[in-house]
Design a protein around this ligand. Structure first.
Ligand code: GAP
Length: 519
């Protein structure tokens, strides 16, 4: 297996801007930290990923363990729910990140993202700090950036150069040790405050009175709770019986302390979540089912390299609802900014009966389920595969980005045909001699069947191929002089660059074979 190489995040972001995948939100006003807009190609890529998830998880889920159908239904719930939903779920009291302020630079950090390395200074031990995005694995990179800083006074820079030892979490330091920490953007040690909890939910006001106390509500920080509070409605109105799952996609909002790494940690993002309700004793079997199928699904969309991994959580990482559960794991991708480490793409957790029980207690409405087969009542346990749609798009963009100095475009986007935003392009070789008419007819036939078909008659054929390579279009069909005599077209494959001639009336079938269920 070849060694993984680190791609340049700056180049990927530049391509995303240049080709209309992702724009900074409110860019003409200087942008808003943690918010991103999707351009024409990005919006289609994101829709394709969302549609593929819905098709494979809701409409046609993988067969059950031991064979048979898996029952799944969809839902679309409100972003703003009754504020008591978030009290019951534990978000009002506990959805906090530890936050640290720098009194000198006025910057704010997540305390659990600060990693400290020690060095012996002029007057004893001095602790120095570096900022790591996701954990100790990235501390080395951040440490390198720290050493390249120009604003650090000489004596402190001397310490930086000779600093060594094991990285330690800022949160593990004593108050005396914290007083000796040099902040990532400070020039003198001791400017960082103690960590304090910061609630990540975005508050808002419902109604016209503008009273924060009586009318306060929240933008949802996860789509999951909309599913739990509708559990009874779904059971009472559809024919599902435990085990079954409810799925939904939608926006979630978190006032992240330090949004960073492009769309990876945003303040507004989209989730694709499943709450799968099962008998408590079957939780382990369904956990394994979802964990393995979700990993296989990401692989099937082109994250097939060793950039994707499954990581089971250690006991001390488990969330409050996952105690003594059937398991919790993350599906992780090796993003360029986490390289050589990994970042979370999707979590699969056994949430036990925590959420339904909490809502039963806070609402007074019974959330138990009558199992007719067994003639008994219980609160079902839940397996939750919770994926980030924006993180999925980002992983697909990073994976697809393929530098190739031999090509006119110097880079191409190797999207899996199923999620590629442009499925095919149609070119008339020249914009005359009856070729545009045939090309337009073919374009119309393809548009009636497939989602995004490009027509391009501008500039040389080489430039048109280059444009499609950068957009990640897998197939280009060219109408030329021969087409007019023998009804054949050239099809060019983005990845192999091979060209072959096929019959004009075989193009729809050719594309359908290669796109599978994607349209
Ligand atoms: N209902 C469970 C839940 O929300 P989570 O691990 O907090 O779990 C699930 O979020 C997924 O949502 C993550 O795996 C990630 O893909 C995505 N996600 C979470 N916070 C995000 C953020 N600030 N920006 C982008 N995606 C995020």
């Amino acid at each position: 297996m070849s060694e993984p190489t680190k791609k340049s995040m700056d180049e990927i972001m530049a391509l995303c801007k240049r080709r209309g995948f992702v724009f900074q939100a409110s860019e003409i006003y200087g942008g808003l930290n943690g918010f991103w807009d999707y351009g024409p190609l990005g919006a289609q890529l994101k829709k394709n990923l969302r549609d593929a998830w819905w098709a494979d998880c809701v409409l046609n889920p993988p067969a059950a363990p031991g064979g048979g159908d898996v029952a799944m239904v969809g839902l679309d719930t409100c972003i703003i729910q009754h504020p008591k939903v978030w009290e019951a779920s534990g978000h009002v009291a506990g959805f906090n990140d530890p936050m640290v302020d720098c009194r000198e630079s006025k910057k704010r950090y997540r305390a659990d993202h600060l990693w400290v390395r020690s060095a012996t200074g002029l007057d004893g031990q001095v602790f120095l700090v570096c900022l790591a995005a996701g954990g100790a694995e990235e501390a080395n990179d951040a440490w390198g950036a720290m050493k390249r800083r120009k604003d650090v006074p000489g004596p402190i820079w001397d310490l930086l150069v000779q600093a060594s030892g094991t990285d330690r979490a800022y949160t593990d330091l004593s108050p005396e040790q914290r007083a000796a920490v040099l902040g990532p953007d400070a020039s003198k040690p001791g400017s960082l405050t103690d960590p304090r909890p910061f609630n990540l939910m975005f508050p808002t006001i419902v109604g016209a009175t503008g009273d924060w106390e009586t009318n306060k509500a929240y933008l949802r920080p996860e789509t999951a709770q909309g599913i739990f509070v509708n559990f009874k409605n779904v059971v009472d109105t559809s024919r599902v019986r435990v085990p079954f799952g409810i799925a939904q996609t939608g926006k979630a909002f978190r006032n992240e302390v330090t949004p960073r790494n492009f769309t990876f940690r945003s303040r507004e993002f989209e989730q694709m979540e499943i709450e799968f309700f099962c008998r408590p004793e079957d939780a382990r079997e369904w956990y394994v089912y979802w964990r393995d199928n979700r990993l296989a699904w990401w692989r099937s969309l082109g994250l097939a390299s060793d950039n994707l991994r499954l990581r089971e959580h250690d006991a001390d990482e488990l969330a409050h609802y996952a105690k003594e559960g059937a398991g919790t794991s993350d599906i992780e991708y090796r993003f360029p900014f986490t390289f050589p480490g990994f970042g979370e793409l999707e979590g699969v957790s056994h949430r036990s009966d925590f959420d339904l029980r909490q809502h039963q207690q806070h609402s007074g409405v019974k959330m138990d389920y009558f199992d007719q087969e067994r003639n008994e009542r219980y609160i079902p346990h839940v397996i939750e595969p919770s994926a980030g749609l924006d993180r999925g798009v980002l992983a697909l963009l990073c994976e697809a980005y393929t530098p190739d100095p031999e090509r006119a475009s110097k880079v191409y986007m190797k999207f899996h045909p199923r999620i590629a935003p442009i499925k095919a392009a149609v070119f008339p070789l020249v914009n005359k001699d009856g070729m545009p008419e045939v090309a337009e007819r073919l374009r119309n036939d393809l548009r009636a069947r497939f989602s995004m078909i490009e027509y391009d008659a501008k500039q040389s054929i080489g430039k048109r191929y280059a444009r499609m390579d950068e957009a990640g279009c897998p197939f280009c069909f060219t109408i030329d002089g021969e087409t007019l005599t023998d009804n054949s077209v050239t099809v060019r494959d983005r990845d192999t660059l091979s060209q072959e001639r096929i019959a004009l009336d075989a193009v729809v079938g050719y594309l359908a074979d290669r796109l599978g269920s994607a349209r």
